[in-house]
Design a protein around this ligand. Structure first.
Ligand code: ADP
Ligand code: MG
Length: 161
């Protein structure tokens, strides 16, 4: 079975919309590892995700540059690992506690590939690639730790924007 599949978006709105649609189907407990260069669309996608989870606004977190919290149908923890000096910082920002939260939250991590061992499965790895045009993105989705069927259904339902 195919483990990875690609989605093309052609505008910022389409990437936001992809996030929104995926957010609408998450159940809690999923970790989304967002990979791609600066400006690739990781933050925009996460804003769509928050919208899809029905988040009304942001909950203040103690380390807002590294960690933002959105409360919707499910809680969303949005981390940015770019600013962390090392893996030992994860403990001091409470990452492991948030990842183990009950009821299970959704965890979205920009630069999630920096400390791959720290991430609990199921993981939806989402890689953002810039294209020839300034507004084209190729977004590669890969599931780890859950039957691909399940993610496939989820992302198929999300559909191409
Ligand atoms: P990152 O968090 O990966 O650094 P951002 O989401 O902050 O990236 O920024 C993405 C930038 O690229 C925004 O300025 C957005 O308007 C622009 N952009 C242009 N086309 C797209 C697209 N198809 N998808 C996502 N962002 C796009
Ligand atoms: Mg960003």
């Amino acid at each position: 079975m195919k483990e990875t599949f690609d989605i093309a978006t052609h505008s910022p709105e389409q990437t936001f919309e992809l996030g929104r649609r995926i957010g609408a189907f998450l159940r809690g407990g999923e970790t989304l590892s967002l990979i791609g260069d600066l400006g690739a669309g990781k933050t925009l996608f996460t804003q769509g995700l928050a919208k899809g989870l029905g988040a009304a606004g942001e909950v203040v977190s103690p380390t807002f540059l590294i960690h933002r919290i959105y409360q919707g149908r499910l809680r969303l923890h949005h981390f940015d690992f770019y600013r962390l000096a090392g893996e030992s910082d994860l403990e001091s920002i409470g990452f492991y506690d948030f990842q183990a939260e009950d009821p299970p939250a959704v965890i979205a991590i920009e630069w999630g590939d920096r400390f791959p061992r720290a991430l609990d499965e199921p993981i939806l790895q989402i890689e953002f690639h810039t294209g020839a045009s300034e507004t084209d993105r190729r977004i590669a989705v890969r599931a780890k730790g859950v039957p691909m069927d399940e993610w496939r259904t989820l992302v198929d339902k999300a559909g191409a924007p």
